[in-house]
Design a protein around this ligand. Structure first.
Ligand code: ZN
Length: 479
């Protein structure tokens, strides 16, 4: 992986709540506290006055290159990509909590509304229903939607590389203006390309082979010779040879990840968002992918909480395990932070001892104890302690100045400073740790001990964000 210095981005406009939330707190105690002020003080990376910003707060990094395997692991740590920018939100301080959600057919029970949408869509693309298997009274056959698409003479989905075309851009612009009220003058070919065509993946994964593209055609789903496609794609929906929707997807080793869905407002009656969700769920299953990743779920945002209609499970960024949506839903109410506590195990954003717990990252866990977010992040002690730990790193290892860490001293899903200290103490990280840095137009190897104080602080930030393993084969770009 090649990436640039992690950024902590504050004061960013929030597209989910439009910065209009009255209760934007991660914890009940913050909501009760008068305006959330004074908690943890200010300027120490504590929750402090930052709470009153009511805006989107995230950490991110520009990715020059990574594999789909890298990205697969990262989305299971709570990251998502927008073009080549990789990010995850600061769940403690941002106004809306963005949780990674994934599902598969075992979780999906079509609702009445979804069934209606399916039936409408079938009628549109296959008006002569006598061609399809008969409807059995009081039952719902999901396979009819596939059958209708196979037999339709007017509708087809074409999979292709995530490349720019005028036709796609026109549809994108029409959609953004009509559905998201964007200013037309701000929608440029460049912004469309950066957002939905560019990707950080390497050449082969970007392009795909002829066989791989063929295998994605609905006619070929069940062929056993299928080679699994890996990489980004645009699934283009055509009705009467007119482009009416684009589903922007990443095929990853563990599943199909949905990035964005664009539809023609003239075809709103077809509920194409629902149809594409069902298509992608079915495709995940037919092609042997374990999961369908729907991006972020935001419990208190109508634009985003429709995702719950597909069932599924939600990622706890602190333990990096998933919990069934139905189980954790009570903890998400009012847009609150959830961190499932199994007593004695969950620490602040800690790397779990997966081996001891008999789990691996990305596992689904169904036994719940309680929402430990308040215990872990609610008291001022955790912020004071982290401040002391930052000071200690400075005095023991000359790493960073306590006020110069780019990332907060406490944040769900970041490796805590105490863990870093522990790794330094036992020599998992040390002066001899080798680091690749791209600077002055070339890649150079450095030893951690030879970097200056700020350089070491920067490296520690990268470890806290991406984890130790990922850093072993990565190159950091210093501007
Ligand atoms: Zn918001």
């Amino acid at each position: 992986m090649i990436f640039s210095a992690p950024l902590y981005i504050k004061d960013r406009h929030c597209g989910y709540c439009n910065d209009t939330k009255s209760d934007y707190f991660a914890l009940e105690s913050q909501a009760k506290d008068s305006n959330g002020k004074s908690r943890g003080g200010s300027g120490d990376g504590g929750v402090g006055g930052e709470l009153s910003t009511k805006q989107s707060i995230m950490v991110g990094s520009s990715i020059t290159s990574m594999t789909c395997e890298n990205y697969d692991e990262l989305i299971n740590q709570g990251f998502r990509r927008s073009g080549t920018f990789l990010y995850k939100s600061d769940l403690l301080r941002t106004c809306c909590r963005l949780y990674t959600i994934r599902t598969n057919m075992s979780y999906f029970k079509p609702s009445k509304k979804q069934r209606k949408a399916i039936n409408r869509f079938i009628k549109e693309i296959c008006p002569d229903e006598s061609q399809l298997s008969p409807v059995v009274k009081n039952s719902f056959n999901l396979d009819r939607i596939l059958e209708a698409q196979l037999k339709s003479t007017t509708f087809k989905i074409k999979f292709e590389p995530s490349k720019f075309s005028k036709e796609k851009f026109q549809l994108y612009k029409k959609y953004q203006v009509a559905v998201h009220n964007d200013d037309p003058s701000e929608i440029t070919e460049r912004s469309f390309t950066r957002f939905l065509c560019d990707s950080p993946f390497t050449g082969d994964e970007k392009r795909g082979t002829y066989d791989q593209w063929q295998s994605l055609d609905i006619n070929n789903w069940t062929k056993e010779t299928n080679e699994k496609r890996i990489g980004p794609t645009h699934a283009c929906y055509y009705l009467h040879d007119k482009l009416i929707a684009i589903s922007v997807l990443d095929f990853l080793p563990s599943g199909i990840s949905s990035i964005y869905f664009i539809w023609d407002p003239d075809y709103a009656h077809l509920s194409l968002g629902t149809i594409s969700g069902i298509n992608e769920l079915q495709m995940s299953q037919s092609l042997g992918y374990d999961w369908y990743y729907l991006g972020y779920y935001v419990e208190d945002c109508v634009k985003m909480n429709y995702k719950a209609n597909f069932g599924g499970e939600i990622l706890d960024v602190c333990s990096e395990v998933y919990y069934p949506m139905e189980d954790v839903k009570p903890y998400l109410q009012n847009g609150r932070l959830f961190v499932i506590g199994t007593i004695g195990e969950t620490k602040q954003g800690s790397e779990l001892d997966y081996e001891a717990s008999g789990r691996t990252k990305g596992d689904t866990v169904t036994e719940l104890n309680y929402n430990a977010a308040e215990d872990i992040f609610g008291g001022v002690d955790v912020y004071r302690k982290a401040k002391d730990e930052a000071r200690q790193l400075l005095s023991d290892h000359d790493i960073g100045r306590s006020d110069e860490y780019k990332l907060p001293q406490v944040m769900p899903g970041l490796i805590p400073l105490s863990k870093i200290q522990q790794w330094l103490d036992v020599g998992i990280i040390g002066d001899e740790t080798s680091i690749k840095i791209d600077m002055f137009g070339g890649v150079h190897k450095f030893l951690l001990g030879n970097l200056n104080r700020e350089g070491r602080g920067f490296y520690i930030d990268c470890i806290r964000l991406f984890g130790l393993e990922k850093m072993k084969n990565s190159t950091m770009i210093l501007q």
